[in-house]
Write a protein that binds this ligand. Structure first.
Ligand code: MRU
Length: 374
């Protein structure tokens, strides 16, 4: 997607042994690119939200494995990769894409001992994984756009009003996005759309990131505070809600950014269709009951106590908004049960949550477009 008209991805290989990424902590105020030359630095950046969003996290984990291999001595390569895998998997516990990426890279390397060959195979596996995710997001965009066009035809109003939460756009992926991909494709095809963006306290991924990337692509949007969503659904047009996912269980329960579950309840009450957009890399087939089986990341209390913003002189400042000494609880995700979800927009099409299992064997069987054959 474009930043000031220039195409970017969220994360990319800049040179052998050097990975570059957009440092998302400073958006929308500053556009900063960060470079990583070690898996430790990249893991720290993941932990501290320089790179975030389930699909981008999976790509970052794959690149982290590559960095570990590129900078390891030949005789240490195997233990260094095992340590990198363990390190990356502890960075963000809810987003299953990290584990998925690490396991895919490890299985691509199985049985290879020769260091040069192993590094070469690893780079190919990373490219395949990253290009595959970009292609899966593009397909989610196409399937979701068809849904939006059909909805617009059936209700006969324009623009189509879409509510989203957090950032499941291209910043949370490598390109295109998940929840926002259908909006980008539909808008590109000429559908008039307007997006309601909920701010997503405490880190404000909606207000800071989604609003910024929609603006960059020229999509009209309006930011509202999280607690205004009930009032929004009662008094303003909302035709559909689309959110992303950090982990989906095989029965279709979805963990996503904290505040997603109350939106699903509100949509159910107000009869607004509630969709989740995610590739199958976000499905944890070993998990069934989302509340029981999905680990929910708890992040530092400081994220609740402090807010980052721009002062009138243009400098950025972090200000305290709670009384000194008060306790704060900061769960980063919640679980929306399958029964509140109208459909899951995947790269293979749109399915009811209960039908997700039918896609299990379809997982990743297609070769992504333009993917270099190994
Ligand atoms: O804590 P974050 O910002 O990584 O959480 C991101 C989300 O919850 C997104 O909705 C989800 O990862 C989908 S991103 C394509």
């Amino acid at each position: 997607m474009k930043v000031n008209g220039v195409p970017y991805r969220t994360i990319w290989r800049e040179a052998p042994g050097v990975i570059a990424a957009i440092d998302q902590r400073w958006l929308p105020h500053r556009f900063v690119i960060e470079r990583f030359e070690s898996v430790d630095a990249l893991a720290e950046a993941i932990r501290h939200m320089h790179i975030r969003g389930a699909i981008a996290l999976g790509a970052a984990a794959a690149y982290g494995m590559e960095l570990a291999a590129e900078h390891a001595r030949d005789e240490e390569l195997i233990p260094v990769l095992s340590r990198a895998a363990a390190l990356l998997c502890t960075t963000r516990p809810t987003a299953v894409n990290i584990r998925w990426a690490v396991e895919r890279i490890q299985s691509a390397l199985a049985g290879i001992q020769e260091p040069h060959l192993l590094r070469q195979r690893l780079r190919h596996a990373v490219d395949e994984l990253v290009e595959g995710e970009v292609e899966r997001c593009r397909r989610i965009g196409e399937h979701g756009a068809a849904l939006l066009e059909e909805l617009a035809r059936s209700i006969g109003i324009r623009p189509l009003h879409i509510l989203t939460h957090c950032n499941a756009g291209w910043l949370g992926c490598v390109d295109y996005g998940t929840a926002l991909a259908p909006i980008y494709v539909a808008a590109e095809r000429g559908l008039a759309v307007h997006v309601w963006v909920s701010e997503t306290r405490p880190r404000n991924q909606g207000a800071a990131l989604t609003a910024w990337e929609l603006q960059q692509q020229g999509i009209p949007c309006t930011v509202l505070v999280d607690s205004a969503c009930g009032h929004l659904l009662r008094h303003q047009p909302v035709d559909i809600t689309i959110v992303g996912a950090d982990r989906i269980t095989r029965r279709g329960d979805v963990a996503n950014k904290i505040g997603t579950y109350p939106k699903a309840l509100l949509c159910h009450h107000h009869g607004v269709p509630f969709y989740v957009a995610a590739p199958l890399s976000s499905v944890d087939w070993s998990a069934e009951d989302g509340v029981r089986d999905i680990p929910i990341e708890e992040r530092p209390a400081e994220e609740v106590h402090f807010q980052l913003g721009k002062l009138p002189d243009g400098t950025l400042a972090s200000v305290r908004i709670t009384p000194e000494g008060v306790a704060a609880w900061n769960p980063a995700f919640d679980v929306t049960p399958a029964e509140l979800i109208t459909g899951i927009i995947t790269e293979h099409g749109i399915v009811a949550p209960t039908a997700l299992e039918l896609l299990r064997n379809a997982e990743f069987e297609r070769v992504p477009r333009g993917h270099p054959q190994v």
